[in-house]
Design a protein around this ligand. Structure first.
Ligand code: SAH
Ligand code: SF4
Length: 373
C-alpha cells in the first residue's frame, strides 16, 4: 500500500472538478489559501490586499456569491463571476437524531455524495468530516469500507462541509468548534487536500480554529503518520487501533498486513508531540473478536509506549457487517481495567445511531459489496 493518489501537480488544491465530472475547470476560490488567492489576484492585476478581502468575505462574513462582496470594486466582482468559481458542497438531506446530532448528506459538483455529522455539546460543537468519497482501506466492520474508494475530496469540499454545517446550525464565532476527520475516507490517502483544508480552517484571518481542536484519524498508514509529523502546524493524531494482535488486526483491517502493530508503535513513539499532547487510540469493540480481557492487557501495554488516551467505541451495527456490539458488562469491565492501569479513557457512546450517522455507519451510493467477509 502506498501513501495514495495525492499528486498536487495533477490536481491543484483549488481545482474545480473536470467538466466530465460536472465541473468547470475554473479555479474555485472556496478552497484557496490566502497565498493562492494572492496569486489569483495578481493574475487579474489586483493588489494583494484584495486576496485578504476575499478570504475574510468567505470565512468571516460567509458570503456565498461574488455579488455579496460589496467591498470589492464592481468591475472586479463581475470579472470574478465569470472567471472564478465560488462553489461549496450543498446540503442535500439532513437527518436529526434524538440525541441532538444531525447527519448531513452533501452533494458535490459531480453529483457524488458524502456525509458529515454535527454534534452539539454544552461547551463546544464537534463536526465529523469526510475526506474521501468512500474509502480504499476495506476494514471489514466499516460501512464506508464496504463502498470501496470513489475519489478524494478537494480542499474546498472539505472546508465546505464545515461552512455548510456551521451555517445550518447557526454557529457564531467565537463559540469553540472541534473538527474530527472521522467521517468517510482515510485522510492519509488525501493528505495534501486535508492539509490544504487544515491551513484554511486554522488561518487567523478566517475561522481561526485552533490546530489542537482538529483531529485526523487514520487506520494506520505509517508513511502518512511519518509525513504528518513533518508539518510545523498539524492536526492532532488519532489511530484506529481496533485490535491487539496482528492476527486479528490483519483480519479486520487489511492495512495491518503492510504496517503491523510493531511498525505502528514505533511510528507513534517517533511522532513529534507537543507539550501535553497525546495520541488518541480509538478501539472499536467487536463482541468476541476484540473485546477480551487479554485484549485489555495488550492494549494497556501498547498505549504505554507513548503519551496516549484511549477511546473505546462499542461497535455500531449496520447491515451486512457480521459483527455484534459488546455487552454493557464487558464495556464496564474493560473500562475498569484500563482506568486502573492509569490510562485516560473515554467511551464513545456514538451519536446519531438512529439516523445512521455514527462512526462507521456512513455510506453513500450503492457499490456495497454483498458479502464483506
Ligand atoms: N478512516 C479513518 C477515519 C474514519 S473512520 C480511520 O479509520 O481512522 C472513524 C472511526 O470509526 C475509526 O476509528 C473506525 O475504526 C471507526 N469505525 C468504523 N466503523 C465502525 C463501526 N461500525 N462501529 C464503530 N466504529 C467504527
Ligand atoms: Fe476506511 Fe476508516 Fe472505514 Fe477503515 S474504518 S474502511 S480506514 S473509513
Amino acid at each position: 500500500m502506498t501513501e495514495g493518489p495525492s499528486n498536487p501537480a495533477a490536481q491543484p488544491l483549488w481545482a474545480s472538478p473536470a467538466p466530465e465530472q460536472g465541473g468547470t475547470l475554473r479555479p474555485n476560490a472556496a478552497g484557496m489559501s490566502p497565498t493562492a488567492l494572492k496569486a489569483l489576484m495578481a493574475t487579474v492585476g489586483e493588489p494583494a490586499f484584495r486576496a485578504t478581502q476575499v478570504f475574510e468575505g468567505l470565512f468571516k462574513h460567509r458570503y456565498t456569491r461574488w455579488s455579496a462582496f460589496t467591498n470589492l470594486p464592481q468591475a472586479l466582482r463581475e470579472r470574478l463571476e465569470v472567471e472564478v468559481d465560488l462553489t461549496w458542497p450543498e446540503i442535500l438531506e439532513s437527518h436529526a437524531s434524538e440525541d441532538g446530532s444531525t447527519k448531513h448528506v452533501f452533494c458535490l459538483g459531480d453529483g457524488k455524495q458524502i456525509e458529515g455529522v454535527h454534534m452539539p455539546y454544552a461547551d463546544r460543537r464537534t463536526l465529523c468530516l469526510s475526506s474521501q468519497v468512500g474509502c480504499a482501506m476495506g476494514c471489514t466492520f466499516c460501512a464506508t469500507g464496504m463502498m470501496g474508494i470513489v475519489r478524494n475530496l478537494s480542499a474546498a469540499e472539505i472546508v465546505g462541509q464545515v461552512m455548510a454545517m456551521l451555517n445550518a446550525h447557526d454557529h457564531r464565532a467565537p463559540e469553540p468548534v472541534n473538527l474530527v476527520f472521522m467521517g468517510m475516507g482515510e485522510p492519509m490517502h488525501n493528505l495534501d487536500h486535508v492539509m490544504g483544508a487544515f491551513g484554511i480552517l486554522t488561518d487567523p484571518k478566517g475561522l481561526a480554529i485552533p490546530p489542537r481542536r482538529i483531529t485526523l484519524s487514520t487506520s494506520g498508514l505509517v508513511s502518512g503518520i511519518n509525513r504528518l509529523g513533518t508539518f510545523a502546524k498539524r492536526p492532532r493524531l488519532a489511530l484506529s487501533l481496533n485490535a491487539t494482535t496482528d492476527d486479528y488486526r490483519s483480519r479486520i483491517m487489511p492495512v495491518n498486513r503492510v504496517w503491523n502493530l510493531e511498525a505502528l508503535a514505533q511510528a507513534l513513539q517517533a511522532f513529534p508531540l507537543e507539550n501535553g499532547e497525546r495520541i488518541t487510540l480509538e478501539y472499536v469493540l467487536l463482541k468476541g473478536v476484540t473485546d477480551s480481557l487479554e485484549d485489555a492487557h495488550r492494549l494497556i501495554r501498547f498505549a504505554r509506549r507513548f503519551p496516549s488516551k484511549i477511546n473505546l467505541i462499542p461497535f455500531n451495527a449496520h447491515e451486512g457487517a457480521g459483527f455484534e456490539p459488546p455487552t454493557e458488562e464487558r464495556i464496564h469491565e474493560l473500562g475498569r481495567l484500563l482506568s486502573e492501569a492509569g490510562l485516560t479513557l473515554s467511551v464513545r457512546r456514538s451519536r446519531g445511531q438512529d439516523v445512521a450517522g455514527a462512526c462507521g455507519q456512513l455510506v453513500r451510493e450503492g457499490r456495497k459489496k454483498a458479502e464483506p467477509r
